[in-house]
Design a protein around this ligand. Structure first.
Ligand code: PMP
Length: 429
């Protein structure tokens, strides 16, 4: 990285912070009063703002959790897409069924079997525009304004944005190194129910949580489903990273032994490519029809061409080999990040050591707020996401998220080298 590009990078901070704060100060206009209360609740995502800025040359971005797509066989995929249109264009470019193609739903069952869900039936699967749209559909199906959704603290910012848009009360439950703490979950459910609150579901990312990288221990999984079942709460299990475990065996998803209590969300975004916007929900049979109708009401149908391309990829390519490639690549990058943190971080900073996925979660001393440090980090040529983005509660956070998925190992080390003095200074202050 040259000094010229770094200098160009130093012009960015004001712009970066402006972009993040614009949401709060949007100009008023005559149609302002027409907005629904729901729309007012939809927040600009700090992650997406930082994401745009972090694309600028000269900055090392440890911000965006983008998958690394360079290892995909792009030319061959292009030929496959062209062949699908040439040979089957009348289907690929036409409206399709609202639930998704039968072939893809069948194939998705085999993917889930690789992680331990052996009984999935194609008729209980709804293909969606990624896990994101499945989260939206689930919230639409279950939640009235004021209902409660339980989440891990911290949790995926896109899910928080969805829940908040439906005006639900999002209740964060603390995690420890083994994930969501069952006793805290049980106590919070009891407290909320005794206040007369209607709790609809627990949203959980059991494998390599975004943003913390923490995995929910095997012993806790059934315990958590049992607590929810007893309280008549559905579990929404979001598992986009499960196959990206660096080593060891996959831990069975909560859905595996609990077909009636868990809605399981899967995605091709991390094991293939996010731009196709294809994911799925495996829905308990008694909930399937509502879920499918709600999904159809949003998109009419998932995109047939994209589904056919994913199906061809699963059928004709070595998709497991590609997942292996991704796993090796992400493991190497994660190691590079952890080694650089070991080498450069000042005393008082700690971090998680994930077994898979894309993220490491860094904790600073309690008194340090990481949000104002973002500007200083951008000045120093590195970008991260401040921890506050991943919690429904307003207020400062002494955490930050580092993503290693999209950055080569050497650049990761350089990013941490730039970040270290910014953190050291904040700790000293
Ligand atoms: N869930 C989690 C936990 C994620 O981290 C992400 C994306 N970063 C999503 C869902 C969205 O995935 P998709 O592309 O399938 O909508």
């Amino acid at each position: 990285m040259t000094h010229e590009t770094l200098d160009a990078g130093t012009k960015l901070p004001a712009e970066a912070i402006d972009a993040i704060e614009r949401a709060a100060t949007a100009a008023t206009h005559p149609h302002e009063e027409l907005f629904s209360a729901r729309a007012a609740n939809i927040k600009q995502s700090a992650v997406r703002d930082v994401f745009d800025i972090s694309m600028r040359p000269g900055l090392v971005s440890l911000a965006g959790g983008n998958p690394y797509l360079q290892s995909l066989p792009l030319e061959k995929l292009g030929q496959t897409a062209a062949r699908i249109i040439a040979e089957d264009g009348m289907t690929a470019l036409q409206y399709g069924g609202g639930q998704g193609t039968a072939e893809l739903r069948q194939q998705v069952c085999a993917i889930m079997a690789a992680e331990g869900i052996m009984d999935a039936q194609p008729e209980n699967i709804v293909i969606t525009a990624g896990s994101q749209s499945a989260q939206d559909v689930a919230t639409k199906v279950f939640c009235n304004p004021g209902d409660v959704v339980l989440v891990e603290n911290p949790t995926y910012v896109g899910a928080l944005n969805t829940f908040e848009a439906y005006q639900v009360q999002v209740e964060p439950i603390e995690m420890d190194d083994d994930g969501l703490v069952p006793e805290l979950l049980e106590a919070r459910i009891a407290a909320l129910q005794s206040e007369g609150k209607s709790i609809k579901f627990l949203y959980t990312i059991p494998n390599f949580n975004n943003p913390s990288g923490i995995t929910l221990a095997e012993a806790r999984r059934q315990q958590i489903v049992d607590i929810c079942r007893k309280a008549n709460i559905i579990v929404l299990e979001d598992n986009p990273y499960g196959l990206l475990r660096f080593d060891g065996h996959p831990i069975a998803p909560m859905r595996a032994a609990n077909p009636d209590d868990v809605i399981y969300l899967g995605s091709f975004s991390k094991i293939f490519a996010p731009g196709l916007r294809i994911g799925w929900a495996l829905v308990p049979a008694h909930l399937q029809r509502r879920f499918y109708l709600a999904s159809e009401a949003v998109t009419l149908c998932p995109p047939p061409l994209n589904q056919m391309l994913v199906s061809a990829y699963l059928r004709d390519y070595d998709w497991q080999g590609q997942v292996e490639t991704y796993r090796g690549l992400y493991a190497e990058r994660c190691n590079a990040l952890l080694s650089a943190l070991d080498e450069y971080m000042p005393a008082g900073v700690s971090w998680t050591r994930p077994d898979g996925g894309f993220f490491v979660w860094v904790t600073l001393p309690e008194a340090v707020d990481t949000y104002p440090l973002l500007k200083k980090a951008i000045d120093a040529g590195v970008v991260f996401i401040p921890g506050a983005a991943f919690s429904p509660a307003d207020g400062p956070s002494n955490k930050l998220r580092l993503a290693f998925s999209a950055v080569p190992p050497d650049t990761i080390a350089e990013g941490v080298r730039r970040l270290a003095p910014v953190l050291a200074e904040a700790i000293k202050a």
